[in-house]
Design a protein around this ligand. Structure first.
Ligand code: NAP
Length: 283
């Protein structure tokens, strides 16, 4: 049976470090502040935003959620972002997705100041990541959290065959860049890939982020591989389930993340960690 990569436990450790860092900053009169902008009434987004706010408060980070109506114009949203960009007390700004149709998501990511871009989506930060810059810059929190998990569980990256299923801007692409920067040999597969499972079966590290429940089965995994399941899908009973069929994958994999309790808690812990990093970098 595979060793379980316990994201929940690891998130506790990261959160404790973040709390400690916040305490130290406060002794110097600095209090990290995170702004989350929520547009519209999407139920899942409301839950995500509430969880982020709760975690921030637990760790001593000042967190404000700004709610905007579903029909807010792009100009109004950009104006608000600009206000936070110019507010010296604000260290991190993020806009919860999905956004309503009248808003151009790319314009929003461009508008957030790179030094306050806690989600790491601004093209300037994406460019730093792709050029393997040695400067300090924020990175998309889910793949950054996965890198922390791989490190904590001593997964060898240099020279490893890493296969990423999914090429989104939030997960797949930044994950590929992080792994390449860590000297893995990286392949990204997606919905147009021919014989996708030919690739997954050769992966020493397999990262799956598709949003398709149980797309990857035990037979698609190389024995002993490290399997990271990013998927968060609801089954017919409302139960959270991953993109990997855990029951058939666990006997084959060497290490594996559960869903829930894997990547999810580490994403939020990384968001808090990165809020503090942005605060320190701006000092
Ligand atoms: P996304 O933007 O919808 O991207 C999905 C990717 O999967 C696309 O690149 C798509 O390929 C690819 N894909 C779809 N069907 C495929 C197939 N049959 N074979 C191979 N590739 C396929 O999704 P996302 O934002 O990356 O999220 C993916 C999943 O992770 C979702 O369940 C989401 O809820 C979850 N997630 C979890 C966290 C967390 O913290 N745990 C964070 C972010 C996302 P094309 O590009 O060709 O369409």
């Amino acid at each position: 049976m595979a060793e379980l990569i316990d994201g929940k436990q690891l998130a506790k450790t990261v959160n404790a470090q973040t709390k400690q860092a916040v305490t130290e900053l406060k002794t110097r009169g600095v209090n990290p502040k995170l702004i989350v902008i929520l547009v519209g009434e999407d139920k899942a987004s409301q839950i995500y935003v509430r969880n982020k706010q709760r975690k921030a408060v637990q760790l001593g980070i000042i967190s404000e959620t700004t709610r905007l109506p579903e029909d807010v114009s792009q100009a109004e949203l950009l104006k608000l972002i600009d206000q936070y960009n110019h507010d010296d007390t604000v260290n991190g700004v993020m806009v919860q997705s999905p956004l309503p149709r009248q808003i151009d998501e790319a314009a929003v990511t461009r508008a957030i100041l790179p030094t306050k871009d806690v989600d790491g989506f601004n093209p300037e930060n994406v460019g730093q990541l792709y050029s393997n810059s040695n400067l300090n810059f924020p990175v998309s929190c889910t793949p950054k959290g996965i890198m922390s998990m791989l490190k904590a569980y001593q997964v060898n990256l240099a020279g490893a065959n890493a296969v990423i299923v999914g090429r989104s801007n939030i997960v797949g692409r930044p994950m590929a860049a992080l792994l390449l920067n860590a000297s893995a040999t990286v392949t990204v597969v997606h919905s147009q890939t021919k014989d996708m499972k030919e690739y997954t079966r050769n992966a020493d590290i397999l990262i799956v982020a598709t949003g398709i429940a149980h797309l990857i089965k035990g037979e698609d995994i190389k024995p002993g591989a490290t399997v990271i399941d990013v998927g968060m899908n609801r089954d017919e009973n409302g139960k959270l389930t991953g993109d990997v069929d855990f029951d058939s994958a666990e006997p084959v994999a060497g290490k594996i993340t559960p869903v829930p309790g894997g990547v999810g808690p580490m994403t939020i812990a990384t968001l808090m960690q990165q809020t503090v990093e942005l605060t320190k970098w701006s000092e």
